[in-house]
Design a protein around this ligand. Structure first.
Ligand SMILES: NC(=O)c1ccc[n+]([C@@H]2O[C@H](COP(=O)([O-])OP(=O)(O)OC[C@H]3O[C@@H](n4cnc5c(N)ncnc54)[C@H](OP(=O)(O)O)[C@@H]3O)[C@@H](O)[C@H]2O)c1
Length: 260
């Protein structure tokens, strides 16, 4: 079955009970990859304007790239969308006045920070195409394994690396990597951003302190309570999807769940 057809199928939650995920709760991203055209999840609460706008380049403008890009744009950041399918990036820019669209290369050159939201299985291609341009850049990524989508080889790669963050990092030498927005679904981000306090907590970890500080600000700017997890990128193993940090939690609940 062609890949594009396959991804349009509704995948029953829990069907992929590969060794990693037995008896795990279902998350939106496990169950359904919506067919295009992209349908935006409405942002529920007004997003406060930032005092310090940044340029953010997005690679992968689907469910999560589109939602986070919209939140950053609403906060007053300058956003450029790109996607393998240029029509999808154009559709995002069209619905969000003030945002831009470009190629992946253009989004990388534009962004002071880059958000890459692609399937795990796309990382070899993304790294081959953009790896050189991404060196030295701050890259935020929310990748999660989806066994049906990404395959058993991807699962083995993540197991061998010790975490999804470490496995992604292996594809991106020299990149200042931040793992963030992986621990629940894009519909939650759309619904919970800038909700009445207490804000939803978002765990994040990074390969360097300066990148972590910038990502922390970008998380806070869109109405979430950032919970940096100390220990470098390796600490992201503590907040894998389906682990104790998953789902909608306050920062205090997250810190308890993570033993911080
Ligand atoms: N959905 C969620 O709620 C959620 C939450 C947290 C984390 N995540 C993770 O975030 C990532 C993205 O998920 P999603 O739900 O946003 O997926 P999605 O809606 O399918 O969007 C992914 C986008 O990446 C594009 N893409 C694929 N390969 C690419 C490449 N080589 N270069 C540029 N763009 C490429 C895809 O293009 P095509 O359409 O051409 O394939 C697609 O538009 C996944 O790793 C997922 O596990 C998702």
């Amino acid at each position: 079955m062609p890949f594009m057809l396959l991804r349009r199928h509704v995948i029953a939650a829990g069907l992929a009970a590969g060794a990693l995920f037995i008896a795990a709760p279902a998350f939106a991203q496990d169950a359904v990859i919506p067919a295009r055209p992209f349908v935006a999840e409405p942002i529920v609460h007004p997003i406060p304007k930032t005092a310090a706008p940044m340029r953010i380049g997005i690679i992968g403008s689907g469910n999560i790239g589109g939602t986070l890009g919209e939140l950053w744009a609403k906060a007053g950041h300058q956003v450029m969308f790109s996607d393998r399918d240029p029509a999808l990036a154009q559709a995002q820019a069209k619905r969000l006045p003030g945002t831009r669209v470009g190629t992946g290369e253009e989004a990388i050159a534009y962004g002071e920070a880059i958000f890459i939201a692609v399937p795990y299985g796309a990382w070899p291609a993304v790294a081959k195409q953009y790896g050189a341009a991404l060196r030295g850049k701050i890259v935020m990524e929310p990748t999660n394994l989806n066994l049906q989508r990404d395959g058993a080889a991807a699962e083995a790669e993540i197991k061998a690396a010790g975490s999804t963050g470490a496995a992604v990092a292996a594809h991106l030498p020299g990149v200042r990597l931040v793992r963030v927005f992986n621990a629940t679904g894009y519909t939650d981000f759309a619904k919970q951003a800038a909700r009445p306090v207490p804000w939803m907590g978002i765990p994040l970890a990074a390969s360097d302190a300066a990148a972590l500080a910038i990502a922390t600000r970008l998380v806070t700017d869109i109405g979430f309570d950032a919970v940096p997890v100390p220990g470098g990128l390796a600490a992201s193993a503590k907040f894998e999807l389906r682990g104790p940090a998953s789902g909608v939690k306050t920062a205090a609940e997250l810190r308890t769940a993570l033993g911080l």
